[in-house]
Write a protein that binds this ligand. Structure first.
Ligand code: CMX
Length: 440
């Protein structure tokens, strides 16, 4: 079939059966342990949850339903006639169902999303009246998601006493509507904040039918190359297994049966932190500062090394490098580097980013603290955006957020389909630790 909901419905029973069997067989096996250091240390590497849509290998990076980013670029349907990057909707299909969709399946999903895409006029009006200069775009974004919440099918169904076995349907309904509306919400915030409220009317979009192109056009960009960048961007930022701040926040808040809007807004507040999604904004700021500090001096290894040490000695991290789980170069970085080599090989800022790829890992190794000196996704994204004229770095995390809806909401639908319970791990006090281990 070509209907996502029906295809998904067929997946639930076998998956549920598998989980029941695995729990019967291995329910008492130890998946992970947690040392005192891990409890104080951000629970790094503690295996304590399941998450179906993607899995992160420390060496190889992310796989979406078992497919690496290059495999997704090869296998997922592209824009007709000559798109080279996967369609974001096709990734959502893959993440939700585990299957690479056909062109017909993607076409029907796009059609469905188009019907849901228009943001209610009064919500737009509230967005227009926000204090754009003072309110960070991510604050506007999270507020907008909460404003859209009043239409939640999940909240309405719960209030009307829906049966637990139907939660996933309402959750999927909300996920589709929210994902479909995010491009217009995101673009509204961009145009309000940086273009004096001059909007591209969605009615004028004509054939701009996929999520990437729709987002690009609503933001005010016309070039087909930028459409492709948006498609790539939306695909690679979508999901990064379950423990990262944004994904875990969505899962955690959703586990209280807060509806998908509430849960996703929570995730976006987490994405807005500088150690997580906001790093893409920080990277561009840092690159611009680096260029200023470099002045007329040439972009040599020696000069850049000195400036990287200056950042570290000022007590700052080098944004866009390091990762809590990854231990090699992020394949999301590599995918963006390939895009740059294809479309903007001579851009100055890209040259700088390339040069930093040689310099920063050595500096971080020499500093001797980081577990991973290699670049992550955020190191590269801003340079691509600024090349096409999207220079307002405070805005970048909103784009990350639009993308993250694809993974976190697909996962949330599974949480409800599998009937996962409220999350409620146990905490202890420092006093407890002292007493407990003293007695042993
Ligand atoms: N520059 C300088 N120091 C760094 C560093 C960097 N890029 N990355 C890590 N370190 C430091 C840590 O701050 C820590 O120092 P302290 O011991 O003084 O606290 C030490 O090295 C060890 O950290 P780690 O175990 O290697 O890394 P964590 O798992 O604690 O943190 C991360 C991971 C991403 C927060 C960290 O690497 C960082 O701050 N990077 C820069 C910000 C960034 O790019 N974030 C985006 C990540 C991707 C995303 O989520 O979007």
């Amino acid at each position: 079939g070509t209907n996502l909901k029906e295809v998904f419905r067929e997946k639930i029973e076998p998956m549920h059966k598998q989980v029941v069997e695995l729990r019967e067989k291995y329910g008492e096996e130890v998946l992970g342990t947690c040392t005192v250091s891990q409890a104080y240390g951000g629970m790094r590497s503690v295996k304590c949850m399941t998450y179906e849509t993607s899995l992160l290998d420390p060496e190889e990076g992310i796989r979406f339903r078992g497919y690496s980013i290059p495999e997704c670029q090869k296998l997922l349907p592209k824009a007709k006639p000559d798109g080279a990057e996967p369609l974001p909707e096709s990734l959502f299909w893959l993440l939700l169902t585990g299957d690479v969709p056909t062109d017909a399946q993607v076409a029907q999903l796009q059609e469905d999303m188009r019907e849901r895409a228009r943001v209610p006029a009064d919500v737009l009006k509230i967005l227009d009246s926000m204090p754009h200069e003072q309110l960070h775009p991510m604050s506007q974004f999270a507020a907008a998601i909460n404003l859209l919440q009043r239409e939640s099918a999940m909240a309405a169904a719960y209030a009307n006493g829906a049966n637990k076995s139907s939660y996933w349907e309402h959750c999927l309904e909300d996920a589709l509507t929210l994902i479909a509306r995010l491009p217009e919400v995101a673009a509204r915030i961009y145009r309000n904040t940086f273009h004096g409220g001059k909007h591209v009317p969605p009615g004028q979009l004509g054939d701009a039918h996929d999520m990437g192109k729709r987002l690009a056009r609503l933001l005010g960009f016309e070039s087909p190359e930028f459409d492709e960048l948006m498609r790539l961007y939306l695909v690679i930022h979508a999901d990064h297994e379950g423990g990262n701040v944004s994904a875990h926040a969505v899962r955690l808040v959703g586990s209280a049966l807060s509806d998908p809007y509430m849960a996703f807004a929570a995730g976006m507040n987490g994405l807005a932190g500088p150690l997580h999604g906001l790093a893409n904004q920080e990277v561009l700021r840092w690159l611009v500062q680096l260029r200023q500090r470099l002045g007329d001096r040439p972009m040599t290894t020696e000069n850049l090394t000195e400036l990287c040490w200056q950042t570290l000695n000022e007590g700052h991290v080098i944004p866009g490098f390091g990762h809590a789980v990854l231990r090699k170069t992020d394949p999301r970085y590599t995918a963006q580097r390939q895009f740059a080599l294809k479309h903007l090989p001579h851009d100055d800022m890209f040259q700088l980013v390339s040069k930093l790829y040689e310099v920063v890992p050595q500096v971080l190794e020499a500093q001797g603290k980081v577990k991973n000196p290699w670049p992550n996704v955020d190191q590269h994204s801003g340079v691509l955006l600024q090349y096409y004229g999207l220079r307002e770095s405070q805005y970048y995390t909103v784009l990350f957020g639009v993308s993250r809806s694809l993974g976190t909401l697909a996962s949330l639908v599974w949480d409800r389909a599998l009937g996962l319970p409220l999350e409620r791990p146990k905490s202890v006090t420092t006093e407890w630790i002292r007493e407990h281990f003293h007695k042993q």
